[in-house]
Design a protein around this ligand. Sequence first.
Ligand code: BMA
Length: 858
Amino acid sequence: MKAVFLKEWRFRACDEEEWHPAVVPGCVHTDLFRNGLIPDPFYGTNEHNLQWVDKKDWEYQSEFEVDLELIQLSRIDLVFEGLDTYADVYLNEQPILSADNMFRTWKVDVKEQLKSGPNTLRVRFRSPILEDLPKLEQLGYALPATNDQSELGGLGDKKVSIFARKAPYHYGWDWGPRFVTSGIWREVRLEGWSQLQITDLYIRQDEVTAEAAKLTVMTEVNAEAEWTGALRITAGDEQWEQQVEVKAGQTELHINIEIKNPSLWWCQGLGEANMYAFKAELLSDETPIAERSVRTGLRDIQLIREKDEAGVSFYFKLNGTPVYAKGANHIPNDSFTTEVTRERYLHEIVTAVESNMNMLRVWGGGIYEEDVFYDLCDEYGLLVWQDFMFACSMYPGDEAFLNSVGAEARDNVKRLRNHPSIALWCGNNEIDSAWAHYVEDAGWGWKKDYSQEIREKLWADYQAIFHKLLPEVVSELSPDITYWPSSPLRNLTGDQEQHAYKTTGDGDVHYWGVWHAIEPFENYNKNVGRFMSEYGFQSFPELKSVLEYAPEEALELESEIMLAHQKNGRGNQLIKEYMDMYLPEPKDFKSFLYMSQVLQAEAITMAIEAHRRSKPYCMGTLYWQMNDCWPVASWAGMDYQGRWKALQYAVKRSFAPVLLTVQSTKDTITVHAVSDLGTVVQAELVTELHLNVGGRAVLNSYSVTLAAGESAEILSIPRSDLLGAHDPQQVVLTASLKIGEDIIATRQHYLVPERELRLSKPKITLTESQGQNGVPVYTLETDALARQVWLSTQEEGVFSDNFFDLIPGQPRTVEFKLRKPGVGSFVPAAAGVVEIRSMADFVDEESLVQCIQADSAK
Ligand code: BMA
């Protein structure tokens, strides 16, 4: 087979004459920007002025010549890996394709239309808005689409996102701008072949154990005419061969093979992510005439839902080992997906790994991700919970729509099914619980807008997609992977027990009481389900990132620009309210940015700790959200520029293989340990009480045995025993698990609400010394308790720890890892000039002065 990629393109608005150079893959917004025709869409309030782009038709054109070698082949296909979205394609002015689904792959036989010499390929994109408005008109009633920002798009309440099989977040979200793109968003190529071609190679994993992997190698062959020959499969140094016959057109060939004692694929924390390279070849008398290769990992992955005394379990078992899932929800890394380079994906994946995650959920309002995303997840041992692309909306149910969805599902399940990282296919995000068909008062209030008749119709349409079409595609094309109809969901009972609008003993849970319903952080402890697939808390990006979209004069919470970069209507208000509840008042806007990050980190830490303590009742925790698609205030732990917020460091600590948590009531202090290790931990628990201004007050030590994978309370003591006569406002308790001199887990704990802590102005010193491999390490010391010490540098990268509390007499040593495009993420390196700040730098000087006076008065 010979492939020729079409890379030279130009574009223009259909109602204009002038052509401009275009980048393919790409989209109209990025092309307009590159040509200086629009300002940076992410800067200031530019988003608001760019809404005209989606009301226009655009065309892309490529002029190209094909070489003799290609034109002489008897079959030539034109392949579009992705057209966004309503596209009419002409080759030499003859119509060859009309596309209507961004998520599909389109392949057209163009042998007839292709000429030797110059050819012209033209792709005309119809405005997705103008295309879909009549569908709304025709339907006669609106369908719910909670996050569709139609108002911003100048459409009033006309929400049309649900009609287009196009990334839902393009129409806006509560963290995302509204940029309804058009364009050739994935590769375009000509594929020439003669005789036959292997169009697909799937390694179906029928049974995988440590002893043997029983596989069916499924090879899809496209042939011009009947053919007989040999099919040879190679994996490592093993080979299998079989005589085969193919007919003209498509044939599926199956070979059953067995690999003894396979090197299994494991996720982070459980073992190596071993991969195998498979090759299929068709041979005529030992001469290969077609071949195709894939890499996959051999593993058995199951979602275990078994009745138990608490309800029904919900956990993943990988190669027979239960996995406690730790991770986050992934959204597209950019509003303009083609801006996401391999390096940006790598940065995200390495961030996940460095943060001790083992799972990401590809959330249903974005895109079926690029191959490179899944390749990296395979390679780094991250499991993927994969949603189909439906979120927070009700969808049409006409035949054309269903056919389109069916084709989209087949394309994507086929494309992704060799990735060992994929652990689950999930129908949609939050639709089952938002509609809540069987409970009148539950859900998001959508039902009340419809008559009984329409309700039944909408629910039947829903069921046709999520309870029939999609599960059928998964069980046919990827039968070893479980399908879960919606996240969250209790169980498909067909009655009021189905919907997960509250926390119960079955199914997965999205708990948003904290944040959307302004419940206190402490409610994280009370709302623990079997698998927490969403929960979250917002914060702002750091100042450096904010300054990339807002000028200095816009630096106030309610400025027009800052509001444009806060997409959750009540977001700022909620951050302020929670900050008032839990943290000291920041002295100005810049301090507010910092404090919002601390607040977010504390909220999510509390949630993760509650979830992990509840193991094995709860077996997974995925916070909302991993990343951002533009610079914005959001629930992300890592901002659009890839800079780690305080949350990312907190997550890294909270997801560590062994976790200690400390909780206190009026009378008692309890220490809990959670292990995700496969071996017994024999350690010493050391508790210490440190004074605000230096000095260690109490020291106790206990011997602790933690079974493999165990979560257990390891200490409960009266508060008075620990505190003695000390002022609770001026002490910090530390609990550490030690094996010999190694500290394997540590946790700090305050005995009063944080707002009541008396902060003094610490003097923090930093000493640089040579670590291993000649890379510097940085040791920090302080003379008074320093809360949430934030290290920052001009270099892009991450510290091994950051946003931590520094205790007098307890120096901390950290390293820096550089993010260097071209070199890779996280290369140990010198940090350059390190700026050190702590909470005392972000609150009013006066409150600190008082505190020092109070100390010295004692
Ligand atoms: C969940 C997600 C998203 C949303 C987030 C924050 O419901 O599924 O739809 O962005 O909450 O509101």
